[in-house]
Design a protein around this ligand. Structure first.
Ligand code: FES
Ligand code: FES
Length: 231
């Protein structure tokens, strides 16, 4: 038997009983705990990771005034608040929906100075000085906007969850059509000036709004009817 083998056998023998193994495990944990505590207490401040900016002192509150649906709204908010959360949680404007909260579904689409934005990706404080329009500001049950009426006429919804975002998006789309703005499809098809609003164009321009019910054919029909009148 080599000296090495002899040592290994002695070590295995030394902790071979269950009681000894348990004692050995506890000793290890106790030593680890002491070392961890030592590190936490003893490390110089500069070696401890800095806390993320703004978190250590709590939320950074700010007084802002936003123009929403032509009304001035004054709120004191955490600067990290998204426009979507402000609308829904602080101002009770729950028409804008939270689908993904990641800029992927379009359910939260609102208009900022007439342009569509994902309000879940927009910090509320950055919208100061702009005119914000939500679905609540586009029409009323007794006086629908043209886009709302077209969606109703063409059955452009099923469960309705994506519909406020779809309608805000289509509203901005109509303004883009009036201005003769181009889309990726316009360039693909070589239509570089006032492109005809074909179904291909509509699908491209509405592609930021997902409908889990699959109401797309009727949404396209509603926008086609509107664009036909505007072209
Ligand atoms: S909730 Fe904003 S894009 Fe989905
Ligand atoms: S109508 Fe249900 S998600 Fe679009």
């Amino acid at each position: 038997m080599s000296p090495c083998t002899e040592i290994e056998e002695v070590e295995q023998e030394e902790i071979s009983s269950p009681l000894e193994k348990e004692v050995s495990r506890r000793s290890f944990l106790a030593v680890s705990g002491v070392i961890s505590a030592g590190i936490a207490v003893g490390l110089p401040r500069t070696l401890i990771a800095e806390e993320p900016h703004g978190v250590a002192g709590g939320p950074h509150m700010m007084d802002v005034t936003l123009s929403i649906n032509k009304q001035a709204r004054q709120v004191s908010i955490d600067t990290r608040t998204t426009l979507l959360d402000l609308l829904r949680e602080n101002l009770d404007l729950t028409g804008s929906k939270k689908g993904c909260d990641h800029g992927q579904c379009g359910a939260c689409t609102v208009l900022v100075d007439g342009r569509r934005v994902n309000s879940c990706l927009t910090l509320a404080v950055t919208a100061q000085g702009a005119e914000i329009t939500t679905i609540e500001g586009l029409g009323t049950p007794g006086s629908l906007s043209a886009v709302q009426a077209a969606f109703l006429e063409h059955d452009g919804f099923q469960c309705g969850y994506c519909t406020p975002g779809q309608i805000c998006s289509a509203t901005a789309l109509m303004e883009e059509v009036k201005r003769g703005e181009l889309s990726a499809v316009s360039f693909e098809t070589g239509a570089t000036a006032r492109p005809a609003i074909t179904d291909h164009e509509i699908k491209e321009r509405m592609s930021g709004n997902i409908c889990r019910c699959g109401a797309y054919p009727n949404i396209v029909a509603a926008v086609r009817a509107l664009a036909g009148g505007a072209a």
